[in-house]
Design a protein around this ligand. Structure first.
Ligand code: ADE
Ligand code: ZN
Length: 344
């Protein structure tokens, strides 16, 4: 019998339908990066904050980044409109609705506690706001979730240690920890002690590595932080031995194609290494990173990648299956989603 996927091999227009129908896990999403300009203005108004942009269009027009740091400067400034529990709830709920529309069945969300504690916001405010929305999303939208605080690597390891202490009362809500922010000059090894402490409590860790930084940072994340996944990891393409290692270990990479183009980590979508990595046997996944800033949520990341790299239906099924396999879902839930993907 000809499968739906076989038919789509010959029908590029049908690829978008397949993408929409595939059950997907999103494994690399900064919740602060889902703050759409409209919500930023609404929250600014609510709190009496004046943004340095005339309107939503002027703000969107500023989303032209030459590198990661140019984006981060705007992203941290934007997060300042998030002040109370409702703000964090609304932010997370808006993301979940977009994820649902894209066929996301499971999401593992990052947030940056230090961005908020540094502004004097109590962890209870952002943890409770985010978690309440995640619970509601699971009940009303059927999206399962995990929550992963990330440490800001441009700050000191001591700051991360102090933040971990501040988060202590909320640890039951967290499923692992991560490392993000300005990569070059802040190698994973800088956070060896705090990540060892987290792992000693039985929690998995992940780290951004090889987004702008060299392949050596990916090796450090593996050998020193003992990560369960690498966030981005695209610079591994410059080190064939590392690509072989990642493939052998079936180490997941949470790749974010639109982000990589928007931050000039790759020159164009056509030049993106994700297909080469997949063909080399690496367990790559597609994610949105900071969708409000980079021009698309996870569905748009799949569509843009499929179009630019001429991905087949089998490639797309593999990417969705990889996202489920690389997630921290229980095996029974993974098997259920994988069976649906198999049947498409
Ligand atoms: N924080 C939010 N988005 C990020 C990215 N793409 N890289 C590093 N840190 C981030
Ligand atoms: Zn990221």
């Amino acid at each position: 019998m000809t499968s739906f996927a076989d038919l789509l091999q010959k029908d590029r227009a049908g690829v978008d339908t397949l993408i929409a129908r595939l059950p997907k896990a999103e494994l690399h999403l900064h919740i602060e990066g889902s703050l759409e300009p409209e919500m930023m203005f609404a929250k600014a108004k609510k709190h009496g904050i004046t943004l340095p942009y005339a309107d939503v269009e002027a703000l969107r027009a500023a989303y032209n980044f030459g590198n990661l740091q140019e984006f981060l400067d705007l992203y941290y400034a934007g997060a300042d409109v998030l002040r109370d529990q409702d703000d964090f709830y609304d932010l997370t709920w808006a993301y979940l609705q977009r994820a649902k529309a894209d066929g996301v069945v499971h999401t593992e969300i990052f947030f940056d506690p230090q961005t908020h504690t540094a502004r004097g916001i109590d962890p209870e405010v952002f943890v409770e706001g985010i978690v309440q929305a995640l619970h509601d999303g699971e009940a009303e939208l059927g999206i399962t979730w995990r929550l992963i605080p990330n440490f800001l690597r441009h700050l000191t390891e001591q700051d991360a240690i102090d933040t971990l202490a501040e988060l202590e009362p909320y640890m039951d809500n967290f499923h692992g920890f991560g490392l993000d922010s300005s990569e070059v000059g802040h190698p994973p090894s800088k956070f060896a002690r705090v990540f060892a402490e987290i792992r000693s409590r039985g929690l998995p860790v992940v780290a951004h590595a090889g987004e702008e930084g060299p392949p050596e940072y990916i090796v450090e994340a593996l050998d020193i932080l003992h990560v369960a996944r690498i966030d981005h990891g695209i610079r591994s393409i410059n080190d064939p031995a590392l690509v072989s290692r990642l493939a052998r270990a079936q180490m997941p990479l949470t790749v974010c194609p639109l982000s990589n183009v928007k931050l000039c980590a790759v020159s164009s979508m056509q030049a993106h290494p994700i297909k080469k990595l997949m063909d080399a046997g690496v367990l790559v996944t597609i994610n949105s990173d900071d969708p409000a800033y980079f021009g698309g949520y996870v569905g748009e990341n799949y569509r843009a990648t499929a179009k630019a790299l001429d991905l087949t239906a089998e490639d797309l099924k593999k990417l969705a299956a990889n996202s489920i396999r690389a997630s921290w879902l229980h095996e029974v839930q993974k098997a259920r989603h994988l069976a649906v993907i198999d049947g498409l």
